[in-house]
Design a binder for this molecule. Structure first.
Ligand SMILES: N[C@@H](CCC(=O)N[C@@H](CS)C(=O)NCC(=O)O)C(=O)O
Length: 209
């Protein structure tokens, strides 16, 4: 198994933290997104969608999408469980993971990719050159701020994002809060529950991944 990674990027970080929580070490190759390596060989043949992370299996097949890579790793290495152990917990964790992708990660990406000069002509990932739309950047920033409020409210009623146990949904949310800094949005002192949860997760060894 080999993970195509790029250290500064949020999506592969989800997988790196997941691996660290599982106590797994796998071969990693850096695809330097700052030089456009995602559009060049050998990577583009492995993943024509031109994004990391990508997990290359020993039989040469590839699995994309951070959430799906984590699911695959969970199936191969069930301990400690990060996707729940009962049908109800599995559904709850999956639900929150999707909510955080939709309301959090997409909102931040919308902001950053429609505003930063580094993404000019690359407002969406992939080989098609989409232009930046400044109004989307502004809306994305509003959505990111709303996401922090919503996550704070959720964490007022639950110790972890999807319930009483740490799960993959916490990893996604934790990475998203770090990514939000790219959009110049960060938790405020009034987000007491979010700050309590974020500080606790920052203490876990996996946070360095
Ligand atoms: N939905 C995908 C998103 C992957 C993604 O957007 N990856 C970014 C890095 S965080 C990327 O590879 N960007 C390449 C580019 O900007 O050209 C996942 O969860 O894996």
């Amino acid at each position: 198994m080999r993970l195509a990674d790029y250290a500064p990027a949020p999506s592969p970080r989800r997988v790196r933290i997941f691996l660290a929580e599982k106590g797994l070490e796998i071969e990693t190759v850096q695809v330097d997104l700052s030089c456009g390596e995602e559009f060049a060989e050998p990577f583009v043949s492995l993943n024509p969608r031109c994004v990391v992370p990508l997990l290359e299996l020993d039989d040469g097949s590839c699995i994309g999408e951070a959430a799906v890579i984590c699911r695959y790793l969970e199936a191969r290495h069930p301990e400690p469980p990060l996707h729940g152990t009962t049908p109800e917990a599995r559904a709850r964790i999956e639900m929150w993971d999707r909510v955080i992708e939709d309301d959090g990660l997409r909102a931040v990406a919308e902001t950053v990719r429609n505003r930063s000069p580094a993404f000019e002509g690359r407002a969406l990932t992939g080989p098609v050159a989409y232009p930046q739309l400044p109004e989307l950047a502004e809306r994305g920033r509003q959505r990111t701020r709303q996401f922090l409020d919503d996550l704070d409210a959720r964490l007022a009623e639950s110790p972890f994002v999807a319930g009483n146990e740490y799960s993959v949904a916490d990893i996604t949310a934790f990475v998203c809060i770090g990514f939000a800094r790219w959009a110049k949005v960060k938790p405020e002192p009034r987000h007491t529950h979010l700050v309590r949860w974020y500080d606790a997760l920052s203490e876990r060894p996996s946070a360095k991944a």
